[in-house]
Write a protein that binds this ligand. Structure first.
Ligand SMILES: *[C@@H]1O[C@H](CO)[C@@H](O)[C@H](O)[C@H]1NC(C)=O
Ligand SMILES: *[C@@H]1O[C@H](CO)[C@@H](O)[C@H](O)[C@H]1NC(C)=O
Ligand SMILES: *[C@@H]1O[C@H](CO)[C@@H](O)[C@H](O)[C@H]1NC(C)=O
Ligand SMILES: *[C@@H]1O[C@H](CO)[C@@H](O)[C@H](O)[C@H]1NC(C)=O
Ligand SMILES: *[C@@H]1O[C@H](CO)[C@@H](O)[C@H](O)[C@H]1NC(C)=O
Ligand SMILES: *[C@@H]1O[C@H](CO)[C@@H](O)[C@H](O)[C@H]1NC(C)=O
Ligand SMILES: *[C@@H]1O[C@H](CO)[C@@H](O)[C@H](O)[C@H]1NC(C)=O
Ligand SMILES: *[C@@H]1O[C@H](CO)[C@@H](O)[C@H](O)[C@H]1NC(C)=O
Length: 408
C-alpha cells in the first residue's frame, strides 16, 4: 500500500518534470524561430538563447552580407555602384546616416551612436527595413516614407517589386528620376525585395574602424565580410577641399597665397588616424577577421577595375554578373551616366583622375601632409614625394604595387 502510493507520487513527479522540459524546449525553439529574423528589438534581448540554438543547428545564413567601410571622398560611391548593379544584390547607400542625424541633437556620445548603428546594420542585413522607421523624420506611417536618405542610389528601391516604373534591365536610371517617378517608398515592399536577393551590401562612411563592427562579424546569424576601401590621404584631402570648401578655408587660403597660413594646425588629420587604427587592427590578423576582411585601395581599383573587381568578387564568393562588368565598361569609358554625385569617377579622358590631387596641391602642402600622415602612407603603400618635380610628374607612380591584403 505504502509502496504503491510512493510509486504514484514518483510517477506524477516524473511526468511534471517531463512536461516542463518539453514545454521549455518547445517555447525556447519557438521564441527563436518566431523572432528570427522578423523582430529584432526582441532578438537583442534573446541573444543567448538564439545563439545557442543556431550553433546547435549549425546553419549560418545562406545570404552573403557585405559591409563596405570607407571614408568620405575616397571613391566609395563609385565602388558601391559596382554592387548596386548586380541583379542578386540588395544595396543600401549609407543607411547609418539616419542614426547620426536622429541622435545628433541629443547629448549622446560616440559609443551610443556606434551601438545604435550596429544594431541597425544587423537588422538591415536581415532585411528588416522597418528598423529605419525609428530614425526617419517625420516618422513613417503605415511603413511609407519619402525621406529615406539617397533612396535613388539603391537600384533595388527603384525597380520592381518596390517601384514598377523602371525595368530592372535599364542601367541608366538616375537618382533624380527614381525619386521623381517612384513616389513614396513602402518599407514592407523594400524588405521583401531584400529577402528575394541573395546578397545584402551596405556602404557606410560612418563607421570609422573595423573593430566597431566586431560584434556583427562574430554573429553566427550573419555571414558578414568587410571590405575596407582606402585612398591616398593626400588625394582624400584634396578632394574634400574641393567638395567642402567651408571646412577647409585655411587650406584653400594656403593654395591661393602660396604660403601656409598662421593658424593652420592639422595635427590630427582624421582620415590618416582612422585609416591607421583600422588597418593596424586588420594587419594584426585577429581571429575575428580571419577570411572576412579585405583591404582595397581606390588607386588599384581605378587603375584596373576589371582585374580588381574579379579579385573582390572571388573573395566574397559571389558571381561576377555581366551587369556589373557592363556597368564598369560604360562608366570607365566615359559613356555612362555616372558622375553627377561623384566627382571621383574614373573616366577615360582623365585616366589620371585618381591622382589629379598631384596637380591641385602645392609641394609644400603635400610635404606638410606627408609629415602628419607619414605612418599611414607607409602602411598603405603610398610613396612620399621629395620634390615638386616628383609631385607633378604623373609618370612617377606613387602607389607601390603590393599584393592585396586579404586576411585568411
Ligand atoms: C517586436 O518586439 C517588440 C518588443 O517586445 C514589440 O513591442 C513589437 O510589437 C514587436 N514587433 C513585431 C512586428 O512583432
Ligand atoms: C558547421 O558545419 C561546418 C561544415 O558544414 C563545419 O566546418 C563547422 O565546423 C560547423 N560548425 C559548428 C559550430 O559545428
Ligand atoms: C537610358 O537608356 C535607354 C535605353 O536603355 C534610352 O532609351 C534612354 O534614352 C537612356 N536615358 C538616358 C537619360 O540616357
Ligand atoms: C506596402 O506593401 C505591402 C506588401 O506588399 C502591402 O501589404 C501594403 O498594403 C503596402 N502599403 C501601402 C500603404 O500601400
Ligand atoms: C597643434 O595642435 C596640437 C594639439 O591639438 C598641439 O599639441 C600642437 O602643438 C599644435 N601645433 C602647432 C604648430 O601649433
Ligand atoms: C546575372 O544575373 C541574372 C539574374 O539573376 C541571371 O539570370 C544571369 O544568369 C546572371 N549572369 C551571369 C553571367 O552570372
Ligand atoms: C623620396 O625619398 C624616399 C627616401 O629616400 C624614398 O623612399 C622615396 O621612394 C622617394 N620618393 C619617390 C617618389 O621617389
Ligand atoms: C618624369 O619621370 C620619368 C620617369 O622617372 C622621367 O623619365 C621623365 O623625364 C620625367 N619627366 C619630366 C618632365 O621630368
Amino acid at each position: 500500500m505504502k509502496c504503491s502510493w510512493r510509486i504514484v507520487f514518483l510517477l506524477a513527479l516524473v511526468s511534471v518534470v517531463i512536461q516542463y522540459a518539453v514545454i521549455r524546449s518547445f517555447t525556447s525553439l519557438n521564441i527563436c524561430s518566431v523572432l528570427h529574423p522578423q523582430n529584432h528589438s526582441q532578438l537583442l534581448q534573446m541573444d543567448t538563447v538564439c545563439l545557442a540554438e543556431s550553433s546547435l543547428k549549425n546553419t549560418s545564413s545562406s545570404k552573403s552580407h557585405v559591409l563596405i567601410l570607407a571614408a568620405t571622398r575616397s571613391g566609395s560611391s563609385f565602388f558601391g555602384q559596382l554592387f548596386n548593379h548586380h541583379p542578386d544584390v540588395f544595396y543600401l547607400y549609407e543607411p547609418v546616416n539616419h542614426v547620426q542625424t536622429a541622435l545628433k541633437s541629443t547629448p549622446t556620445n560616440r559609443r551610443m551612436i556606434l551601438g545604435a548603428s550596429r544594431d541597425l546594420l544587423r537588422g538591415l542585413f536581415n532585411c528588416d527595413l522597418h528598423l529605419l522607421e525609428d530614425y526617419i523624420t517625420p516618422q513613417p506611417e503605415n511603413h511609407i516614407t519619402n525621406q529615406l536618405w539617397r533612396r535613388g542610389a539603391s537600384k533595388a528601391l527603384c525597380t520592381p517589386p518596390v517601384c514598377d516604373s523602371f525595368s530592372p534591365h535599364r542601367v541608366n536610371v538616375t537618382e533624380r528620376e527614381c525619386i521623381q517617378t517612384c513616389g513614396s517608398l513602402n518599407l514592407t515592399l523594400a524588405s521583401q525585395s531584400c529577402q528575394q536577393r541573395g546578397n545584402v551590401v551596405i556602404k557606410t562612411v560612418r563607421v570609422p574602424e573595423v573593430s566597431d563592427v566586431r560584434d556583427l562579424l562574430e554573429d553566427p546569424r550573419l555571414n558578414l565580410k568587410v571590405i575596407q576601401l582606402v585612398r591616398d590621404p593626400r588625394g582624400v584631402l584634396a578632394s574634400r577641399m574641393m567638395s567642402f570648401p567651408e571646412n577647409y578655408l585655411l587650406m584653400r587660403l594656403w593654395k591661393m597665397k602660396h604660403q601656409k597660413p598662421e593658424g593652420l594646425n592639422l595635427t590630427h588629420v582624421s582620415v590618416c588616424e582612422d585609416f591607421l587604427s583600422s588597418v593596424s587592427t586588420a594587419l594584426r590578423q585577429p581571429d575575428w577577421l580571419r577570411g572576412r576582411y579585405m583591404l582595397v585601395r581606390y588607386e588599384d581599383l581605378a587603375k584596373d577595375p576589371h582585374q580588381k573587381i574579379q579579385e573582390i568578387f572571388k573573395f566574397l564568393g559571389m558571381d561576377l554578373n555581366k551587369s556589373v562588368v557592363d556597368w564598369i565598361e560604360e562608366n570607365t569609358q566615359g559613356r555612362g551616366s555616372w558622375s553627377p554625385m561623384d566627382v571621383l569617377s574614373t573616366k577615360r579622358n582623365s585616366a589620371t583622375n585618381y591622382e589629379s590631387w598631384r596637380l591641385k596641391l602645392s609641394f609644400d602642402m603635400v610635404q606638410y601632409l606627408q609629415t602628419l600622415c607619414q605612418v599611414t602612407l607607409h602602411e598603405l603603400g603610398y610613396k612620399c614625394v621629395n620634390s615638386s618635380e616628383e609631385l607633378k610628374n604623373l609618370s612617377i607612380p606613387l602607389s607601390e604595387t603590393r599584393p592585396f591584403y586579404i586576411s585568411q
